[in-house]
Design a protein around this ligand. Structure first.
Ligand SMILES: [Zn+2]
Length: 300
């Protein structure tokens, strides 16, 4: 557990052994919510118990809300563990077509087989399957006890993703943004991802964000740390995009351009004290491929 939840800081974060995934919960008064609840059933159960009973063991709270930040298979797991809860998610999550839903569920099933945690009753969360579904276009808010919680659509990592802001605790839950600062995790369009980073930087300043809890890995614990992580990612994209533009102009084949562009980002990252792992190199190539597609005007 990264955050156990207390009266002063009622956030609970359960770290999974898989992908360092962070299942997140929040409680106030008689109510609680969970956000992208977790990977293993026992993680999800632990999160549910913690938000329901922390500091209040005799009168468990109602888990009133489940928030699903976006539709990637690791984020939509576990919504059925909280029967009766209202499920809040961006409209594009509910709007995924049958093919996309099948692909997402198939990816989840493949992971379940690897982990040995079969989940045959799982269904994709949609208007047909969720009894209390609440979707939003750009922004919505909800309450947990006396606490206000805002959700903002923020496309870029995917074409359906959002972030969750808890003003009273100056805490932003960023989903798959800032999961590994310095290795931007783009799974959709680079341009929108870059715009999302700029939006996050502005939001961090305007709202005085003091803590970011991403869906994986470490919590960022100060305004300065958050801003420096965002600057790193903004600079990374500026650097990678400029290199891709130069390489594209030389007429180099796409495969070669991707490899060369990805190679040029390594010294950039290492000059900022970030090591280069195999996963980082894979993501660099993926990001370069997405930028080159945009430059060439290819469909994403
Ligand atoms: Zn994702």
């Amino acid at each position: 557990m990264l955050l156990p939840g207390s009266a002063r800081d009622p956030l609970v974060v359960v770290r999974s052994g898989f992908w360092n995934f962070n299942g997140i919960g929040l409680f106030d008064g008689d109510e609680a919510l969970v956000v992208d609840p977790g990977i293993f059933p026992e993680d999800i159960a632990l999160l549910g118990t913690a938000v329901a009973t922390r500091g209040n063991p005799d009168r468990p709270r109602t888990i009133e809300h489940v928030i699903l930040t976006h539709s990637h298979h690791d984020h939509i797991r576990g919504w059925q563990h909280f029967p009766g809860a209202r499920v809040t998610t961006p409209q594009p999550v509910a709007d995924k077509n049958a093919t996309s839903r099948e692909r997402i569920v198939a990816a989840k099933t493949a992971i379940d087989e690897t982990l040995g945690t079969p989940d045959p009753d799982f269904v994709y969360p949609s208007a047909e399957t969720v009894p209390r579904l609440h979707t939003f276009e750009q922004q919505t808010s909800l309450r947990v006890g006396e606490l206000e919680v805002e959700l903002h659509l923020l496309l870029g990592h995917s074409n359906c993703c959002s972030v969750v802001w808890i003003p009273a605790h100056q805490t932003l839950l960023t989903g798959d943004y800032l999961v590994s600062p310095g290795i931007p995790y783009c799974r959709w369009q680079a341009k929108e991802f870059e715009e999302a980073l700029v939006w996050l930087r502005q939001f961090t300043t305007d709202r005085d964000v003091q803590r970011v809890i991403p869906a994986n890995n470490a919590i960022l614990k100060s305004n300065a740390e958050i801003k420096s992580a965002l600057e790193l990612e903004i600079d990374y994209f500026a650097h990678l995009r400029a290199t891709c533009q130069d390489l594209h102009a030389t007429g180099l084949s796409k495969d070669k351009a991707i490899r060369q562009a990805a190679d040029t980002i390594i010294p950039f990252r290492e000059s900022r004290g970030k090591t280069t792992t195999r996963a980082a190199r894979r993501q660099d190539r993926d990001n370069a491929g997405r930028i080159l597609k945009e430059i060439a005007g290819d469909p994403v």
